[in-house]
Design a protein around this ligand. Structure first.
Ligand code: SAH
Length: 214
């Protein structure tokens, strides 16, 4: 039986305007309690972002749903995600597409996310340690790219790795944390269309691989 807290969350997301039934079903099927830290377990299905380790966050379910919907993913698509973090958004994407390639700059977060995905038998994800700003050249082109940390400006290096015919990239963009917006970039053969969709607050997209002690 589905956890009543999940049913409550899905109702809330619908109320907030999420209509894509595939996205709502994916959120219903991914146990968010497996991606949060033990001390926040009772809040696992609250519609809020929560701290993870390394000063990072697991995104708010509404934002995960909103970005997944904005990405317009189907089950034939190859998707690149920048910022694996807890792996929660990765798991939701994995339910919606053919394969997810995901990049994280903290080794500890990456290993933890990979373990969680394996425990949930999610097998269509390839994860690596790296600087997501550079994308994943060997695997390009991607049908979709989702960035889950805020870029200062339009992420041109990633747009270069997007399918030129109808490829979509969704990212929070903005140098000032109070003025970030989720932007959708669509390649249409002629150029790149840009739509500002939602004001948000994300941790920053940082350069290079993170140094960790221990
Ligand atoms: N989607 C995640 C959100 C994680 S927060 C979730 O649902 O849990 C953003 C993540 O992006 C952090 O883990 C951070 O370390 C990572 N990140 C920031 N800059 C990066 C970069 N250049 N390359 C790869 N990952 C990066």
């Amino acid at each position: 039986m589905t956890d009543p807290r999940i049913i409550q969350l899905i109702m809330e997301l619908r109320h907030q305007g999420i209509t894509d039934t595939r996205v709502l079903a994916a959120i219903e099927r991914v146990p968010r309690d497996r991606f949060v830290q033990a001390q926040f377990l009772e809040h696992a299905y609250d519609n809020i972002a929560l701290p993870i380790t390394q000063g990072q966050t697991i995104s708010q379910p509404y934002v995960v749903a909103f970005m997944s919907e904005a990405l317009q993913v189907n089950d034939r698509m190859k998707v690149l995600e920048i910022g694996t973090g807890s792996g929660y958004q990765t798991a939701v994407l994995a339910k919606l597409c053919r394969r997810v390639y995901t990049i994280e700059r903290y080794r500890s977060l990456l290993l933890q996310a990979e373990r969680r995905l394996a425990e949930l038998n999610i097998s269509n994800v390839t994860a690596k340690l790296g600087d997501g700003n550079k994308g994943w050249h060997e695997q390009m082109p991607f049908d979709r790219i989702l960035v889950t940390a805020a870029a200062d400006t339009r992420p041109d290096a990633l747009l270069d790795q997007l399918n030129p015919m109808g490829g979509i990239l969704v990212a929070p963009v903005g140098r000032d944390p109070d003025k970030q917006e989720i932007v959708r970039y669509t390649k249409n053969g002629l150029g790149i269309a840009e739509e500002k969709l939602l004001p948000v607050r994300f941790v920053p997209l940082l350069p290079g691989i993170a140094k960790e002690v221990g």
